[in-house]
Design a protein around this ligand. Sequence first.
Ligand code: SF4
Length: 292
Amino acid sequence: MLLAHNYQRPEVQDAADFVGDSLELSLKATELNTKLVVFAGVDFMAEQVAILNPEKVVLQPEPLAKCPMAAMLTPNIVKKFREKYPKAPIVVYVNSLAEVKALSDYVVTSANAVELVSKLDADTVVFGPDRNLAEYVAEKTGKEVIPLPDFGHCPAHLAITREDVEKAKLEHPNARVLVHPECSREVRAMADYIGSTSQMLRVARELGGHEYIVATETGLLYRFSKLGVVAYPASPYAVCTDMKKITLEKVARSILEGREVIRIDPRVAERAREAVKRTFEVLGVEAPWQRS
Ligand code: SF4
């Protein structure tokens, strides 16, 4: 089965059996009756599939496709914050590496970060690696959210400026503005709706008929076009170069040659899975591997 992230090139999305966000796809993989999953996306996403599907072989077509934001949070930084804030739970975004997840208490997505943090019995949480998402969670929950590390960010979302959105609104005055929480506070302030890529697609589907200015990685626009929804990029520069390292040729080669296999130390994968399980418990969602 070929799974492709929402930010993949259109031709890779077209070739995929399923397209979605990272958690959606790793959960989808748990339902698939297949031993082999090819994941078109960056390192942490392919790892997440492997973490939640230990019995499956997961291939990543381009091992150099690595998320720069995930690389900003190392296991050592997590350990230092644990020592500095021993009472605060450590919540990490799914956009982090397996070893980091294994050292954390909870693993969230941009779709459920606010809900999880609001349900935790703690007034202060440590949250990483995206500083903007940490700020957004603090705004929505009223809790103290300490960014882990101080400088974590997604270059593609940071490329979107307030001026870009203002310009897009002048060009498309009837369009509603959808903003990913990885964007800066000043861009979030211009949003009609803030949410994850899946939530943006759902909102567009529900509202239908409208035009949208989309403040996230430009690959999502292809998903909008497939829905028949008119959408414009907030900035043409919001491009994740690591996502685009995966081409259709590389996907084909990956399938033919069976590489690169994602390998995670089973103890690390087990601890990371525990953090995901804990998160599902707080959210009141049954973990997929517990379903009968
Ligand atoms: S869009 Fe940002 S967070 Fe997503 S993979 Fe690229 S750099 Fe990482």
